[in-house]
Design a protein around this ligand. Structure first.
Ligand SMILES: [Ca+2]
Ligand SMILES: [Ca+2]
Ligand SMILES: [Ca+2]
Length: 252
């Protein structure tokens, strides 16, 4: 799924700088009339305004792209403390676009396999009833939505201990209902989600596709600017040394 990061073309230094071929007359500055000065000044001020629109939040629009090892290195190290954690501090599931389908329903709809029609519990189509979903953690498919849990890839308690304790409640809500990156919320077998609980990769990994899981875990930590504790970091590094995955992710 993830392509290799594009390599920038090497910049060639110009070899013609020392041999200007245009005449002095042709390069002489034109006379600066007041009208021209006004136009230049207007252009400069427009450019400056454009810059100020772009500059205030450079960290928020940035994208990370690199090998899994580089991605693991991009996660800051920090001890974790879950003091003060309460699941209710992360409001979910919300219905951010107001179409009556909450975040759980939105994920079920987006992850449903295309060859099986979805059914809903009512004609208003707010709640998904049946379809077909593949849980990659245990490689099992389900047709009843009731068997599928929506896993927070980085559990809420883990997020709290690795940075979300300093967030606003709004940012915590955005994290808990993140539909902006398919890796944040994953439809999986309900029992498997429950066995994972609040654990990070130092104590829990899925049965299958561990490289994919670790790469998605790392992507979500980078996306939300979360830290990793030392036990977690060492497991992530262990997988990074043998998994060929690359990570491309936009910071939230
Ligand atoms: Ca929808
Ligand atoms: Ca919705
Ligand atoms: Ca951790």
């Amino acid at each position: 799924m993830h392509g290799s990061p594009a390599l920038p073309l090497p910049l060639r230094p110009s070899t013609t700088l020392s041999t200007p071929s245009v005449s002095r007359a042709a390069t002489a500055a034109p006379r600066r009339t007041p009208a021209r000065r006004a136009a230049v000044s207007a252009l400069l001020s427009a450019l400056l305004s454009a810059l100020f629109v772009v500059l205030p939040s450079p960290a928020h629009a940035s994208t990370f792209s690199g090998s899994l090892a580089q991605a693991v290195s991009a996660i800051p190290d920090a001890a974790e403390t879950n003091t003060g954690y309460d699941r209710t501090l992360f409001r979910h599931w919300t219905d951010a676009n107001g179409d009556c389908q909450n975040t759980r329903a939105e994920v079920l709809i987006s992850e449903a396999e295309a060859d099986t029609a979805l059914t809903y519990t009512t004609t208003s189509r707010c709640t998904v009833s049946t379809g077909r979903w593949f849980s990659y953690y245990d490689r099992v498919s389900w047709t009843s939505a009731a068997d599928v849990d929506i896993d927070h890839m980085v559990p809420l308690a883990e997020a709290w201990g690795s940075g979300a304790n300093a967030w606003t409640s709004t940012r915590r809500e955005l994290f808990a209902n993140d539909l902006g990156d398919y890796r944040s919320l994953v439809g999986v077998t309900d029992n498997v989600n429950q066995s994972k609980g609040d654990q990070d990769p130092s104590t829990w990994l899925p049965t299958y596709d561990k490289c994919r899981y670790v790469a998605e875990w790392v992507a979500v930590k980078i996306r939300w600017g979360l830290t990793a504790d030392s036990a977690e970091k060492s497991v992530l590094n262990k997988y990074a040394s043998s998994c060929s995955n690359t990570v491309t992710v936009t910071r939230a």
